[in-house]
Design a protein around this ligand. Structure first.
Ligand SMILES: [Zn+2]
Length: 268
């Protein structure tokens, strides 16, 4: 029996064309490795695809005035054609906005985390855009960082001081799509992934400490501040009120209704 090997590369976002760095950094090395293993007789599956959800994509489509599906389909074709032109040959180059198999797998991960007690439903206040008649996910919002005073902080993090931010605490928050829109605070709820217990795993601290010298400076600072020396990991929301994404399942693994999940999507 030939040795079975699965090879994949980071999924490119479906919101722009590939550039040289993508190809050199991710897809060409994988393709070389796949060809090498096939020459040795291995049974290789080379899988990749475009990542088609997220705020960069919804904003891109909204700014162009096309549907989300049209937008991601177009960039998917550009990626696929570019890879084919360069003879980077995937066995399958998928789209995460297509139901099969991405939706079912994502929902299953969510449901297992829920069943095993890693998710909590939390009532929150969120910024709502009266102009767009919907909640604004964190990255739709810019404002002044409440930690360092930087004026162009994103709703989820400050590029100046590197802090994770709570969107509703931003000073003078504005919609990136329409800065004149008068944003309001309204009630909603999201599921949060409770990360703190994972940092307490007895294997993880020795492992990270051993890796210390090999981590990039910004990664090392983040990891060590959070997990080794500092404040610990906070729970992070993994769902959003967004019109585009993998919908939350309606029932849990035991068949219990999860309530009004209309308009809620999974979000990394
Ligand atoms: Zn800041």
């Amino acid at each position: 029996m030939p040795r079975p090997i699965l090879v994949t590369s980071a999924l490119p976002n479906a919101n722009g064309a590939p550039h040289f760095g993508h190809l050199v950094g991710a897809y060409l090395p994988a393709d070389v490795y796949v060809r090498y293993q096939r020459l040795l007789g291995a049974d290789v599956a080379f899988l990749c695809g475009t990542d088609e959800h997220g705020v960069a994509i919804t904003m891109g489509a909204e700014q162009e005035g096309v549907s989300y599906q049209e937008y991601v389909d177009r960039w998917h074709r550009v990626w696929l054609q570019s890879c084919e032109d360069l003879r980077i040959e995937f066995d399958n180059f998928l789209q995460t906005s297509r139901r099969d198999p991405h939706y079912a797998l994502s929902q299953e991960f969510f449901l297992r985390l829920l069943k095993n007690g890693h998710l909590q439903r939390r009532e929150i206040r969120q910024l709502y855009s009266p102009g767009m008649k919907r909640f604004l996910a964190d990255r739709y919002v810019v404002g002044t960082c409440y930690r360092c005073g930087y004026e162009s902080a994103r709703g989820d993090e400050c590029p100046k001081c590197g802090s994770w931010l709570e969107t509703t605490k931003l000073i003078d928050p504005k919609s990136r799509l329409d800065p004149s829109d008068k944003l309001e605070l309204r009630d909603s709820w999201q599921y949060e992934l409770d990360l703190a217990p994972f940092a307490e795993d007895p294997q993880i601290k020795p492992w990270l400490t051993a890796l210390r010298g090999r981590l990039k400076v910004n990664v090392r600072k983040f990891v060590f501040d959070k997990m080794i020396e500092g404040e610990g990991l906070e729970a992070r929301p993994i769902t959003r009120d967004l019109p585009w994404g993998v919908p939350l399942p309606r029932t849990d693994l035991d068949g219990n209704n999860l309530g009004d999940v209309e308009g809620k999507v999974l979000y990394v």
